[in-house]
Design a protein around this ligand. Sequence first.
Ligand SMILES: *Cc1c(COP(=O)(O)O)cnc(C)c1O
Length: 392
Amino acid sequence: MGNVNSHLMPTYKRLPVSFVRGQGAWLWDDQGNKYLDALCGIAVTALGHSHPAVANALADQARTLTHTSNLYRIPQQEELGEKLCALSGMARAFLCNSGAEANEAAIKIARKYGHQRDVQIPGIIVTEGGFHGRTLATLTATGSQKVQAGFEPLPLGFSRVPFNDPAAVDNMAKKDHSIVAVLVEPVQGEAGINIPSPGYLSRLREICTNNNWLLMLDEIQTGMGRTGHWFAFQRDKIIPDVVTIAKALGNGVPIGACLAQGEAAEVLTAGSHGTTFGGNPLACRAALTVIEQIERNRLVSRAGELGYRILHELQQQLRDESRITSIRGLGLMIALDFDRPCAELVTICLQQGLLINVTAEKSVRLLPPFILSNDEADLLVERLVNAIRAYN
Ligand SMILES: *Cc1c(COP(=O)(O)O)cnc(C)c1O
């Protein structure tokens, strides 16, 4: 199979490989080759592929009831909302179908919150390198010219500051009185696993509180246990006003959520926001099963443990590798920076039976599943180190 199909819009640069089956941390292609998945469909299949409990729950729910619409009460959605709020410290959930949609809900909350406080053109502070999705509002919040180019006119109301720079946010507070919220990733994912200094989120919390702004955290990639905490903000012991999640929430079933507490939780009312599919019984049953499995198997702390093991081994085994400028991670978000563009590593790893990703041109990004055995974690390191040695 080639890498182009003329009946699909060429929106993706696809690798010439197609998977037909998955089990745990492993994928098989249509030629029978087997790959260790250190990417999880971009931080999605945290429980691994074809997870039996998720598969059974989906089959059972599909046979019982898939969709009814939000014109009616949906018990699975109510249960999921309660569960997500208990885990995050939030008060209310809005269920949707993707990360970008979860952020759209957050942006709408911020704007309506601003209007309620008589701000005419409410503004949201976003960061350089931040990634928030591909809809018009979320690509505008995204700090990448490549993502925005050609889609002008872009919506107004976003102000950009450098990431990991609370002083820049503070300065904005002094000069721009239309700001009502800050939207930021606790760890920047697409930009190459940028981990801010300790205290960054607490400083943002302080600034937001002092100015009556909403602190809105995009935990679409960091959430659901990936950093070794259910949510990355819990490491900083703060409570945001709004949290968005998606990726690992359904282990591959499309679902997202915008969670909020305090005033932010009361902003959206009947008729002000909605979605046809969002929070349907099938997707919510998947998410409920994912949460139950993460809890039952203590996978949040396991993600932290595995992350430490992989990071430590990579730092040990690659310490003489002069082309690598940084090896860092938080839980199972791990990156290696090269001093040059290193996109070829994706293909070299593929040949070694390992799925990785290169982002921001020079960063190898690993987002492995939480269900790796220690042997699989060691094999991941071995294959990546071999690929890097073979790459010149
Ligand atoms: C993936 C991602 C999104 C967008 O999610 P989609 O489901 O692709 O719309 C937004 N923010 C962050 C931090 C992400 O990693």
